[in-house]
Design a protein around this ligand. Structure first.
Ligand code: 8Y4
Length: 258
């Protein structure tokens, strides 16, 4: 899964401009490099980022969805949490909802239940802005298992079948570096839930705490996550990640896979 951020470029001409051409070129490059999914995000979840209205978010992501679809059949994922945004993007030709708030926003469960889209439910402790102030868990793995079971149950009660659900431990979302590393090392504990796992560690600060080179660090982390059972890795650097995965898959298959 290649990451495509569509937030305005405030350096351009002093105003806020959405460079559709830049975003599209970036998507095309990631597709050429072997991305199976493009994750389109119009709302920054970085600490300190300003909140975005549903209308602004839609104005950012809808043109990108249409433009990507015109050039490619790649799977399109929409990174959003707002019911209003989810409802509108679901009317377009998209393939996956990626929700860092795990369909907890008002109306989100009901909107997704009306579609047949798969959804990635990510774990986050707290809200962006405060989530990294002293994250604490009594039992990290147990807390996340309880959280996932609760969200899966909420989905099923709303009419979203478990076969549509992907889980994500939310690397960097309300976790210390040690928490993040434990979650990857013990990723197999979440395999017992029987659902596909997505991991996003690309260029995040925990990688930067270990090594200066976040590209090599992120590729190494992605490969470790795959080795522990991740089905999808959300990355900035698609080409280098695909290269590493080809070697991993060839070893697993005991033959050359290109
Ligand atoms: C540099 C660049 C440093 C980006 C940090 C970041 C995840 C996610 C994000 C994730 C899923 C990010 C939307 C944070 N992370 N969705 N989204 N899983 N499913 N930060 O781990 O990339 S945004």
């Amino acid at each position: 899964m290649g990451i495509l951020n569509v937030t305005p470029d405030s350096f351009y001409d002093g105003g806020d401009f959405l460079r559709l051409d830049h975003a599209l070129a970036h998507a095309e490059q990631m597709i050429d490099e072997g991305a199976d999914i493009i994750d389109v995000g119009g709302e920054s979840t970085r600490p300190g980022a300003e909140s975005v209205s549903a209308g602004d978010e839609l104005n950012r992501v809808l043109p990108i969805i249409k433009a990507i679809r015109t050039m490619s059949n790649v799977a399109i994922s929409i990174d959003s949490s707002k019911a209003e945004v989810l409802e509108e993007v679901a009317r377009h030709d998209i393939d996956l909802i990626n929700d860092v708030r795990a369909l907890a926003e008002v109306g989100a469960l009901e909107v997704i239940a009306q579609t047949d889209l798969p959804v990635c439910l990510m774990h986050m402790k707290g809200e962006p802005g405060k989530m990294q102030d002293n994250p604490y868990y009594d039992d990290l793995i147990e807390d996340l298992l309880v959280f996932f079971n609760e969200r899966i149950k909420a989905c099923r009660s709303a009419g979203i079948d478990a076969s549509r659900i992907i889980l994500d431990v939310g690397f960097g979302f309300g976790k210390s570096a040690a928490h993040n590393l434990e979650l990857i090392n013990k990723l197999d504990r979440f395999a017992e839930l029987g659902l596909p796992l997505l991991v996003g560690l690309s260029r995040k600060s925990t990688i930067g705490k270990i090594v200066d080179d976040r590209l090599i660090g992120s590729v190494s982390g992605a490969l470790a996550a795959i080795n522990k059972g991740a089905h999808i890795v959300r990355v900035h650097d698609v080409g280098p990640t695909v290269t590493a995965i080809k070697v991993w898959r060839s070893i697993a298959a005991e033959r050359v896979i290109d």
